[in-house]
Design a binder for this molecule. Structure first.
Ligand code: ADP
Ligand code: MG
Length: 489
């Protein structure tokens, strides 16, 4: 056992998918795709004389997340000014929440599946979730800095955990589960590469003899869950080495160098940040009545955990299949659309988790991008039906799936064009089997003399003779029958 225990808390910033900004009717645009500074107004530019107005939809989105995370929602919450000076913050302060957040004291139960070891359930406590506005975006170029205020004022929900997380695996499980919840609620699309969802780990390590926490560091600008995982592993090892060498860990903001796969120190924190928070004088205290909470609760969609249990109970899926199918909303939608199109739920799960996922892996397509592949759910359902109906065997179905992947054609059309329909016709199979036996007299003799293992080799030859299209069950029956007939003769 190691003497060191990792201590990790996650801070998540999720942009909310509202049409307008947090405090003004200015539209929200894709901050990566849109032309810079095309979605700005006097409020998001922080011009003097403007007044903020709270976006009700953003509050409701925040409440949905708070309920999904089992939080307590105080009756009153309040916005506060977080003062600091940076060019991406035109007012010189960010409107955030401080000592009266939207939600507190929640939890999320996640299933952790370590690379080595058994899966286990883990409860991560949520310290708070609060609303704020996003800042603008700075781009540094040839010694100049360019600023884009499209993102300025976009609604953000910050979700902060207790330091309950003790490994990269646990952090990944929490991040995936939270991202799925945000997607299912329709409040965030989960795209870390565009910075729409930002997950920042605070990391320290505790020695077995410690009675208190040690200095922590914080990793910023992670653009995937993979880099979250890797950066945590790297940082844990870096800190242990620093403590053991006697040098010690200094409080710092870190970055993750994706190309070199290593931590880089962005800045050391000499002292605590001083934001001089005070209540936002231009906004009223916000009252969340119990009736409002109940109205929001009544509108909550089916969440990933409930869907996972339903897939197991109603469709009889394995725990593993159900878990990976609900993990990405896009995958769940693809799967449910295939079932709605008539595919047997269990077969569809097998083919999706088994074959289609391997194809996507091979081609480097992320699971969350499944909606963008050429194969449509209805076509996938048609393939599953061709297998279940006996037209295709596993091998030919794999060939058809490959062709569907390349061309997006319908499986029935591919089967017709390539003549892949399974041969179940007794005469055709009998002729092929007889041919194989005649050409392999020695093997047949050895088989009949007791070398039972040769059955598989003969079976393979028969399938080859049928160009892989034989119905394996029919072929195996006919082969056995013909062999036994020779034993008698
Ligand atoms: P701040 O307000 O300065 O950002 P918080 O106390 O609110 O700091 O904590 C921010 C995050 O850091 C939380 O997710 C919390 O769980 C985590 N955290 C606090 N102490 C530690 C620690 N010693 N090691 C790792 N994470 C920590
Ligand atoms: Mg913080």
């Amino acid at each position: 056992m190691s003497d060191w225990k990792p201590i990790i808390g996650l801070e998540v910033h999720a942009e909310l998918l509202t049409r307008s900004k947090m405090f003004s009717p200015c539209p929200v645009v894709d901050s990566v795709e849109a032309e810079p500074n095309t979605a700005v107004d006097p409020v998001s530019l922080g011009l003097p004389g403007t007044l903020p107005v709270i976006n009700e939809r953003a509050v409701e989105f925040g409440l949905m997340v708070a309920l999904a995370l089992n939080c307590h929602i105080p009756r009153f919450n309040q916005f506060a000014r977080k003062n600091y000076f940076y060019p991406d913050l035109p007012k010189g302060y960010q409107i955030s929440q401080y000592d009266r957040p939207l939600a507190v004291n929640g939890y999320l139960d996640v299933e952790v599946t370590p690379e080595d070891g058994e899966p286990y359930l883990k409860r991560v406590r949520i310290r708070r979730a609060h609303l704020e506005e996003d800042t603008g975006k700075l781009t540094h170029m040839n010694g100049d800095s360019l600023v884009d205020y499209n993102r300025s004022g976009v609604p953000l929900l910050e979700i902060v955990t207790e330091p309950d997380i003790h490994s990269a695996d646990e952090a990944e499980a929490y991040a995936r589960a939270l991202r799925a919840i945000l997607q299912y609620l329709g409040v965030n699309n989960g795209d870390m590469s565009k910075g729409v969802l930002r997950i920042e780990p605070n990391i320290s390590v505790m020695h077995r003899d410690d009675t208190d926490y040690r200095t922590r560091t914080e990793v910023k600008n992670l653009n995937s869950i993979r880099s979250l995982y890797r950066s945590i592993q790297y940082e844990i090892n870096r800190q242990i080495a620093l403590w053991e060498s006697g040098e010690g860990v200094k409080q710092a903001t870190l970055g993750w160098d994706e190309a070199r796969q290593r931590i880089v120190v962005q800045r050391y924190k000499e002292r605590a940040d001083e934001y001089r928070y005070f209540p936002e004088p231009d906004l009223p205290v916000l009252e969340i009545t119990p009736e409002w909470v109940e109205r929001v609760r009544a509108q909550l969609p089916e969440l990933p955990d409930a869907k996972r249990r339903r897939l197991m109970e109603v469709f009889g899926l394995s725990a593993y299949d159900a878990r990976v199918l609900v993990m990405d909303q896009a995958v769940a939608q693809f799967y449910e659309a295939a079932v709605a199109a008539g595919a047997n739920p269990k077969s569809a799960a097998n083919w999706l988790v088994g074959s289609l996922f391997s194809l996507m892996n091979r081609e480097g397509v992320e699971r969350e991008a499944i909606a963008a592949i050429r194969i449509q759910p209805a076509q996938f359902a048609a393939l599953v039906k061709l297998v279940d109906g006996g037209t295709l065997n596993r091998g030919t179905a794999a060939v058809v799936l490959e062709e569907m992947w390349q061309t997006g054609a319908d499986p029935a059309q591919i089967v017709a064009e390539k003549g892949l329909a399974q041969v179940s016709d007794a005469d055709a199979v009998a002729a092929a089997v007889a041919g194989v036996l005649a050409a392999n007299e020695a093997m047949v003799r050895d088989y009949l003399a007791g070398k039972e293992k040769l059955f598989g080799a003969l079976m393979g030859q028969c399938m080859a003779a049928l160009k892989g299209k034989g119905n394996p069950q029919v072929v195996s029956e006919v082969l056995r029958r013909q062999l036994e007939a020779r034993r008698g003769g």
